[in-house]
Design a protein around this ligand. Sequence first.
Ligand SMILES: Nc1ncnc2c1ncn2[C@@H]1O[C@H](COP(=O)(O)OP(=O)(O)OP(=O)(O)O)[C@@H](O)[C@H]1O
Length: 747
Amino acid sequence: MAGEEELNGISEQPSVHDLGGEERLARLEVMAKSQTAVLRKSFVSKMKEKDDLIMDMLKTFKRLQVLEPIQAFASRNSRIGNWVGLATGETIEIGGNATDEEVQELRKERNDLRNMVKDLKSAMDSKGGDGAIKMKLKEFKKDVKKLEKEKSKLLAALQQAQGGEGGGGGGGDGAETAKLMLQVEKLKKKLEKAEKKGGKDGRGLSPPPPGAPPGPPPTAVPPAVDDGKVKALEEENAKLAKKLEESKAKYEKAKGKLEEVGKASLKGQEEILASMASEMEKLEVSSKKEIDEAKKEAAGKEEEIKKLAETVKKLTKTNEALKSSNSGLGVALSQLAKKSGTLTSEFKLLKSQVHASMKTDVPKIAKSTASQIAAASSNFMKSIEDLKVNYEKEVKERKRLFNLVQELRGNIRVFARCRPPSKKELSSGDESSTICVEFPADGEVAMKNEKGKEKNWEFDQVFNTGSTQEQVYKEVSPLVTSVLDGFNVCIFAYGQTGTGKTFTMMGPESNRGVNTRALYELFDMSQQRRSTIEDKITVSVLEVYNEQIKDLLAEDVGERKYTVREGPHGNYVPDLTMVNVDSLDEVIELLALADLNRSTAKTNMNEHSSRSHLILSCYIVSTNKHSGEVSRGKLHLIDLAGSERVGKSGAKGLALKEAQNINKSLSALGDVIAARGSGSSHIPFRNSTLTQLLQDSLSADSKTLMFVCISPVMYNSEEGFCSLNFAERARKVELGKATKNVVKAGK
Ligand SMILES: Nc1ncnc2c1ncn2[C@@H]1O[C@H](COP(=O)(O)OP(=O)(O)OP(=O)(O)O)[C@@H](O)[C@H]1O
């Protein structure tokens, strides 16, 4: 209100245009002051209102915790920054105190100027003269320069004030006004100072302005002063005066501008307020949005918290359940601990008992157990022995029964014999000389050939490489002795050359074979029964070589030809030498003679013997001295030629012929056996001399035994396979039940 009254007071004053220069300036000053005061007051009050409003808003933002966007906005606006600072408790500065500083500065300058004038005056008073005036003038010029600097500063200040009318000058308008007011004040004072200074010089200076306070009386000019210099000084003064005028004009202009700036500043403030309000609105909207989002988030979090609460509830429940089970476990554990204690003490007790019993009972138990084990073991061994005996018995019984069946059926018996490997074969180290035979069981022989083929054969007897002549004969003996009962018996040895046919049948002198042992037994038995039975024994020895029969006991060996004929007592060879023998020695002599006859005829005895069949026949006519009963028995002991195949022997010429004939007779023997085996009505006996001679023995009423002789080494395995297969076929031949050839007495 005071401002308004002042304003009204001013309006009642006479118009400035009616007043003189000085008065006008004074009035304008007063008007400017009062207008500025009014403007300042209203500005300050509005600013306060605005500040309060903003402060309220900021507090609200602070409460809502949304100060961040405001602070971001404030960083772009210093005034808002101050408010934010206020709202957040920071120091604020509105307007600052730049004005006071400037006033201080101006005051200082004014004092400096005053002092300078003082100094100048005193210098002129005391020293006088041209030099002193020059010095003073120099200093004066310096001062004038300073003044000009000041003026340009003022001008810059004015320009700054003018520039504040545009954008960005809104901040600090109240302060700007105050600053301008001060500058006006300063200008005025400088003006006064300059005028006073000019007045003091008293020369060439313009008269003091009307109404100006009377200055000190003019100083008398010293007579030594140059008029030209004084003139120059006056010119300088005139220039200063002009400049002062210009400053005044600028002051007027600045004042006008100030008014404009005041208005513009107000308008600017309002605009700022409006923009701030819109900013605030925007902020309010965005903060509302953020608050909503925050609420939403809070709701989500609330949900989560609910879920968490449920989980916590469940966990609490589980925890309680665990607690209770834990307590149950604790009880169980304590029970277990108790039990464990009991068990430990029981165990200790048992342990001590066991220790005690170990000392006393264990040796007893061990002793009795040992004796029990020994008894059990001996029982077991005994039972094994019994089993073994029983087994052997069973095997024997089986063999007996089998032989019985064979006898009843009249099967050809087959005994296999394997010779031992020769020294040469043993030392050769050749793969072909490796042993290829095995004897897996009683009555069984197995052979492997060079191609790796393996086969097992079963025969009535199998004699391995270690078998003796005695063992062999023992198995033959029953057959041989049956001749004394009137049976026809034929024993022949079949096999590849060098497999031991001769060794088995004849044998060396020191180790006689079947032939001599049979005759020995026949004579022996005959001797034993001679009180009741009179036996007449005759012997013949022949050879079949290239299908020709040779009488080896004849005086003219090789010159006569013999044929086989059928007689009342079976096939026979007419004119064959038959020698009555009473002892084994006689037989041995005859055999020696036969052997001699064989060898004198041939240069290579070994080769020859291999390619001819040797037949030692023994005929026994037995007469019972009491009953007169006569029986006729016949024993053929045959050492066949080697059975190797013609192809393999590689024979040519005579050798080939020999081989072919051997082949012929042996294959005829095979055919006869096959025909008998198949039960054929036609038996091809007449196909060879050999089969013709053996017809009796290969028909019914005969007991036939075949020795199949084999080699134990690999290089003979192929022939071994053939011989064993042939023997296997022969074994299946059923000749029919053998019958005795007995003629009752008187018939
Ligand atoms: N079981 C055996 N124990 C010991 N040596 C044997 C045996 N068998 C055969 N030998 C020996 O093997 C060799 C051949 O035997 P042996 O002459 O008897 O054969 P082989 O079949 O009659 O021959 P070949 O067809 O040529 O007359 C002889 O030296 C003989 O002593």
